[in-house]
Design a protein around this ligand. Sequence first.
Ligand code: NAG
Ligand code: NAG
Ligand code: NAG
Ligand code: NAG
Ligand code: NAG
Ligand code: NAG
Ligand code: NAG
Ligand code: NAG
Length: 799
Amino acid sequence: MGTTVFWMLPLLLVMPVEVRESSDFHLAGDYLLGGLFTLHANIKGIAHLNYMQVPRCKDYDVKVLGYNLMQAMRFAVEEINNDSRLLPGVSLGYEMVDVCYVTNNIQPVLYFLAKENFNLPIQQDYSSYEPRVVAVIGPDTSESVVTVSNFLSLFLLPQITYSAVSDEFRDNSRFPALFRTIPSGEHQIKAMIQLITYFHWNWVIVIASSDDYGRENSQLFNEKLKGEKICVAFQESLPVPLGNKTLMPAEKRRLEAIVDKIQNSSAKVVVVLSLDLALYDFFEEAISQNVTGYVWIASESWSIDPVIHGISRIQQIGTFLGISTQNIPIPGFSDFRVRQTPTGRPETDKKHSGPTCNQECDTCPDTLKSYNAILTHSGDRVAYNVYSAVYTVAHALHRLLGCNAIGCAKDTVYPWKLLQEIRKVNFTLLGHRIYFDKNGDPPMGLEIIQWQWDTGHDPFKRIAFYNPAQQYLSNVATNISWNTPNNSAPFSVCSNSCQLGQRKKPMGLHICCFECINCPAGTYLNQSGDFECQPCPPHEWSNEGEAHCFRRRLRFLEWREPATLAVALLAGLGFLGTLGALGVFCADCWTPVSVLFNLCFTLCMACITVRSFQIVCVFKMARRLPRAYSCWLRYRGPYASAGLLTLLKAAVVAAHVLLTPAGLTVRHDPDDARAMTLNCNGHYGRALLLNTGLDLALCVLAFGFAYLGRELPTSYSEAKFITLSVTFYFVSSVFLCTFVSVYQGVLVTIFDMAVTVVNLLGISVGYFGPKCYLILFCPERNTAAYFNGVIQGYTMRKE
Ligand SMILES: *[C@@H]1O[C@H](CO)[C@@H](O)[C@H](O)[C@H]1NC(C)=O
Ligand SMILES: *[C@@H]1O[C@H](CO)[C@@H](O)[C@H](O)[C@H]1NC(C)=O
Ligand SMILES: *[C@@H]1O[C@H](CO)[C@@H](O)[C@H](O)[C@H]1NC(C)=O
Ligand SMILES: *[C@@H]1O[C@H](CO)[C@@H](O)[C@H](O)[C@H]1NC(C)=O
Ligand SMILES: *[C@@H]1O[C@H](CO)[C@@H](O)[C@H](O)[C@H]1NC(C)=O
Ligand SMILES: *[C@@H]1O[C@H](CO)[C@@H](O)[C@H](O)[C@H]1NC(C)=O
Ligand SMILES: *[C@@H]1O[C@H](CO)[C@@H](O)[C@H](O)[C@H]1NC(C)=O
Ligand SMILES: *[C@@H]1O[C@H](CO)[C@@H](O)[C@H](O)[C@H]1NC(C)=O
């Protein structure tokens, strides 16, 4: 006894003796491949766990596709053996076992691992152990692959599955010896989502079988939907019939309810993620309830199932689309498929020390024959996966045995050595490159197929291709025939897309379900599918529910507007009044247009100020500074001052006009959002301040002087009128400033004009009015002598 303990307890697999043995399941050879196929299928019953027996697959129904795949393996091995180039001088053999869906996995694995004498030694190191087979092809479902793989990985025995899509197989640490020749389920789900997106469907029903396949794939589907604009209307799990095939009443009611729910839904696209067995009853129920007009999207598990395709009247329930592996025709296979096993086959089977169970299928050849036409027309899809799996092992053996054109070294093949070579294979088979990426996945594309029922045509017609590397559909057929009255693709959307100018308001939890709400005025939406409206640019506006903004209508004071007319009328009156006064005075003071309007007003104010100055100071100056008074008189003081002040104002106004950017300014009309007001002056407040500042200063001056003059002789009481006019001007200016600061719009312009006009009128009437009265009606007081008299009287009184 050393440190290594060797256990040599033989595990004896006692096989129930089967009398009949079909040589389809065995082929002797230098190196054997194990093949696991589902020839008989029934739902995973747990019945066989109740009694200590290996389940008898032949009690179940024949699964014709499984037998087709087994034939593909037989064909590949025979072709490799016929071909003298790949493995010259070496013959491949096989051992195939029916796993009958998932019920019979463990027993075949033990059979493959055991030696010829059915012994499976228990030992510490299996690196120099030589099991019965060098590699295993299969099985088909992910669930059984997990079981088988757990055994095989202990021996690092290479396993290549041809149709198990589960994503968990990409985990190298859990499945170190597993490869597959079918793209992973993730790609199938992505292809489905691309298909749904392509036809603008966003409201789909998901039906998944209540087994591992359905659960895993529906979960994957929901995961991959994140970020896509596709919503699941509802999801249902199909009851998987138990035990015998008869439908239990509870299951029947459940199916009825599901079909009911599908019919009540507005969704017209049904994604069916299920193994084929759960689907027969479901579709029978749908047909009996006269379901029609749906699009059924098939997962690869049933998309090319000839039995479901053959259910009578199934084409009535809608259009069938499906995801499938590529159709790569295998030359010669359709003849081989139905070829009878030659009688008088060499008695290689006699080498078996004992038959194993589930290696028989009496009815398979006949069932296959009855489906031969559809199988021939539907091409080789999964069959190519099996075919390429066998070739993969052959290529790996070719390298491991160091084959050349003449022969190979017929060494012992240890599985772990073969595994290393399988990882490295890279060869072309029927025009397609075969190799495995680091996850054990092949570089294979997927096809979108449509079911057809015309005899003599491919029942699973390719309508698009999906490349996993690029992740989008290509070569989509334009002439897809839909099973709808006018042959147009059905709609399956939760809410119809909103029109332009409408935003979506979410309804419930789904992003696909929404109400359409008109965008409020001032906002727009020029693409459908947004939840928010866009605000219009500043100078634009939109009506409610518009897709575009329009430029706001320009509003400015037009001649024909009543307000303009009224102001103009007032101005005209004022002008007439002033003219009248002018006529009376023959003085110079003209009336206004635009910028000049202001200027004239200033001139006018200046005149008034100077006049009030004159009134006040003439008396005081004449009294106190006689020389200055004479100077004032000599240099025409009043005119000079008025001219000076007018020039100052002209300079201010000119500076303002020059400094302010030229052109019109627009601003929003607070009353009518569709319009913009047009102003001559951009910065109204500043302009107003500049314009009125000087005038106000003059005003204050005039006011001050007038106040000083309040004590002057009553005939000089015009000071009072000046005070009145100026006060009026003052008040209205303050009022105007307040108005401008709180309100913007066309009214401001009108108001500004009106205030100016009214001011002028006030001055005309308030200041010149009394004078005119004096001149017109009291001519006797309008003489220089009278005034002189008054002045002298005042001066003397003061003294
Ligand atoms: C292999 O060769 C035999 C004998 O030539 C032939 O009958 C058979 O059809 C060949 N098989 C394949 C798959 O090519
Ligand atoms: C099979 O179906 C029959 C008839 O419906 C039923 O009586 C029987 O219980 C079923 N067997 C099992 C194992 O469920
Ligand atoms: C389907 O609609 C019918 C009639 O509106 C109703 O009676 C039935 O309960 C609905 N079924 C389901 C599963 O919602
Ligand atoms: C389905 O249609 C057939 C023939 O049109 C009719 O006899 C049958 O009652 C319908 N079944 C249902 C469930 O509506
Ligand atoms: C397989 O071989 C081809 C041609 O020899 C080569 O271009 C390709 O890169 C190889 N692929 C891999 C994955 O090694
Ligand atoms: C669609 O077009 C392809 C080639 O353009 C043709 O082979 C096919 O028969 C057409 N299918 C139908 C349904 O018209
Ligand atoms: C086809 O018919 C459906 C309903 O029967 C209708 O909604 C759709 O607009 C029609 N399509 C065309 C292109 O006429
Ligand atoms: C939508 O409006 C934006 C901004 O006005 C513009 O850039 C874009 O081109 C418009 N899109 C369409 C489809 O009219």
